[in-house]
Design a protein around this ligand. Structure first.
Ligand code: BF8
Length: 632
């Protein structure tokens, strides 16, 4: 049992599930063993029907597919198709936000207004949109249209790639990897990986880079920045995380998925006086809203809504027996939820025309009537409270305090003090050696790795060595549950230098930067650090690194690629499925650095991963001729 999670609440729910004969991802994973070795090594090809083909990794059987594709070609094609899917998911999320902003600017929505006015003007300035003499809605309209155009653009360069340091932009140009249009690069991956098109693994990877940059500096950045315009910029906020945020005596509604368009109006609907009254009439003390996965991060950052859990806890939330309704939209929603919920009173409601699930009721979301629909769904949850089976309710006690809601714009204003919004103190802390560097830890859970252990152990090991850690996605939730997002965590876990900074500024040693699309906030932060000066001219000069210790999704592959291709050394807890392809593996783990300024490393042990990262940070510090780390 202890092998499954480091989180007590999760272990408790896994045990209850087991006792009741219920199946979770861990059970299905065990049933799947041994998993297909060809798939794991990336050398199985289903691109055409002359196959399926597979390459013998021991060099004895077939070394080429029917068309003649080698292991390197097959694995590279498979890998960049993962990038295409991941970039498509993030970017379609961005497109939906742009769509909602556009409709809001035309007064065609219900329940939305432009809350991030400052951000709107900043973006308009960046996009060279006329501001003087125009209303906010007119400006927002043009910002949304301009963002929209980035998706279909056929030539030129994506607007936000110009945020990158000059040197980085030049390198991308030299390598021919500047994304022209967000959609175009994804389509081109599908074209190039068709039978008989691009059959050079390096050239295939080059297109993977270009599409991933179109995600990080395009689709995801649009999602983040336009969300800040529409829903407001996050500010540091206190809340709690883990299954213990569910309440025995209230109607529990869980929002699960990704896009804040839905969850943001659900937040308003859940405090609607009429619905709260109805909940009380049904015998509940009120309506308790909680989040799951990246939607949790969105509503946490902007509204302080507590987090019920991360990816591997979605089934466990149902097993508490206390969830009256779970609303899902897109991405990371297990198709297993519907049948599991049938063992409880829990209602699951799908809302996106893009995502339907077995045994799940569908209430389609529509921005025109967003608030009415949100109210309808919340009402369904309230009405379902009376069906709760008391004998099946087992809500664990575990919940942890946290501070979330940091952004590239607000966090270092905090470092600079109230009146001086500047990155100078952060840069100076790194230059002086009080801080060794900074590391972004991101991504999912995966039953192949003890739930949350990769995230938490890596974060603890790094902050102990005076590395500032920033987190997004399910990694952020793992750390929240472990207490690392509390300012007090600095006293318990941080090294002396980091502790001094956290103490002075009043921030936790691990900073919650948002959802997965908000990995773009990390890119923007890195640009600010370079612009502030004193730490080199390119992102690849900085003592920084990225890690995804428990990744599982195709989105994570896209993120890993745009992070590394932006010049950030990236350590993955699970390897890309490429290890059956020798030249490709070498390209990614050894030669990438000289080409694009950063390598990938695959290391499942978080302590060893931390060692790799520390060595990398120290190497970069040395190259910049910085002072030695102060308290080493
Ligand atoms: O969107 S919710 S499982 S894919 S980390 Fe991973 Fe978690 Fe999904 Fe990123 Ni966010």
């Amino acid at each position: 049992m202890e092998k499954k999670s480091v989180d007590k609440a999760s272990l408790e729910m896994i045990e209850i599930g087991k006792k009741n004969g219920l199946e979770t991802a861990w059970d299905r994973y065990e049933k799947m063993l041994p998993q297909c070795g060809f798939g794991q090594l990336g050398i199985c090809c289903r691109v055409c029907t002359m196959g399926p083909c597979r390459i013998d990794p021991f060099g004895e059987g077939a070394q080429k597919g029917v068309c003649g594709a080698t292991a390197d070609i097959i694995a590279a094609r498979n890998l960049i198709r993962m990038i295409a899917s991941g970039a498509a998911a993030h970017s379609d999320h961005g497109r939906d936000i742009a769509h909602t902003l556009l409709m809001a600017s035309e007064d065609k929505t219900q329940g939305y207004s432009i809350k991030g006015k400052k951000r709107l003007l900043e973006l308009a300035g960046e996009m060279k949109i006329k501001i003087e003499g125009r209303t906010e809605k007119e400006i927002a309209h043009d910002v949304a249209e301009k963002a929209f155009a980035e998706f279909g653009q056929q030539h030129g360069e994506l607007q936000f790639t110009h945020r990158a340091p000059k040197k980085r932009q030049e390198l991308w140009r030299k390598l021919g990897v500047v994304p022209r249009g967000i959609d175009r690069e994804i389509v081109e991956i599908m074209h190039r990986t068709h039978i008989g098109v691009d059959n050079d693994h390096e050239n295939l990877i080059k297109q993977g880079i270009r599409a991933s940059l179109g995600d990080g500096w395009g689709g995801s950045m649009v999602a983040t920045d336009l969300s800040d315009v529409l829903f407001g910029e996050p500010t540091p906020v206190r809340s709690q995380a883990n299954l213990g945020v569910l309440k025995e005596d209230e109607v529990n509604i869980v929002v699960h998925g990704h896009e804040p368009t839905l969850s943001d109006v659900i937040v308003d609907a859940a405090s609607d006086p009429e619905l709260v009254k109805l909940a009380k009439e049904s015998g509940a003390k009120g309506i308790n809203l909680a989040g799951m996965c990246c939607t949790a991060n969105e509503v946490l950052m902007r509204h302080g809504i507590p987090v019920a859990g991360n990816f591997l806890q979605q089934e466990l939330a149902i097993i508490t027996g206390g969830v009256d309704l779970m609303i899902v939209d897109v991405q990371c929603i297990m198709p297993a939820l519907g049948s599991l919920a049938q063992c409880y009173h829990t209602k699951i409601i799908s809302t996106s025309p893009k995502a339907k699930f077995p045994h799940v009721q569908h209430v389609e979301f529509d921005e025109h009537k967003a608030f009415d629909i949100a109210k309808k769904i919340v009402r369904m949850g309230v009405e379902n409270y009376k069906n709760r089976k008391k004998e099946l309710v087992n809500i664990p006690d575990e919940k942890m305090d946290l501070v979330a809601g940091f952004t590239a714009e607000n966090v270092f204003n905090l470092l600079g003090g109230k009146y001086r919004a500047t990155y100078r103190p952060l840069n100076d802390a790194i230059i002086s050696g009080r801080l060794r560097g900074a590391v972004g830890i991101v991504g999912c859970n995966n039953p192949k790795i003890k739930h949350d252990s990769g995230h938490v152990l890596l974060a603890k090991e790094l902050i102990k060595k005076d590395v500032l850690v920033v987190v997004t996605g399910c990694s952020a939730i793992a750390d929240a549950k472990a207490g690392l997002l509390k300012p007090e965590a600095a006293y318990e876990y941080a090294g002396k230098g980091l502790k001094e900074i956290c103490e002075t500024v009043g921030i936790p040693p691990v900073l919650h930067l948002g959802s997965c699309v908000d990995c773009s906030r990390i890119l923007t932060t890195l640009c600010h650090v370079i612009n502030e000066g004193g730490l080199g001219e390119d992102i690849s000069d900085l003592p920084v690194a990225g890690a995804a210790p428990e990744w599982m999704s195709e989105k994570a592959v896209s993120i890993a690629f745009y992070v590394a291709s932006s010049g950030v050394y990236t350590v993955l807890g699970l390897p890309f499925p490429v290890e059956g392809a020798r030249e490709l593996t070498k390209l990614l783990t050894e030669k990438f650095d000289e080409k694009i300024g950063a390598n990938f490393a695959f290391e499942p042990d978080p302590i060893k991963a931390a060692d790799l990262i520390i060595k990398h940070l120290d190497k970069k510090r040395e190259a910049l001729k910085l002072n030695p780390v102060m308290y080493d």
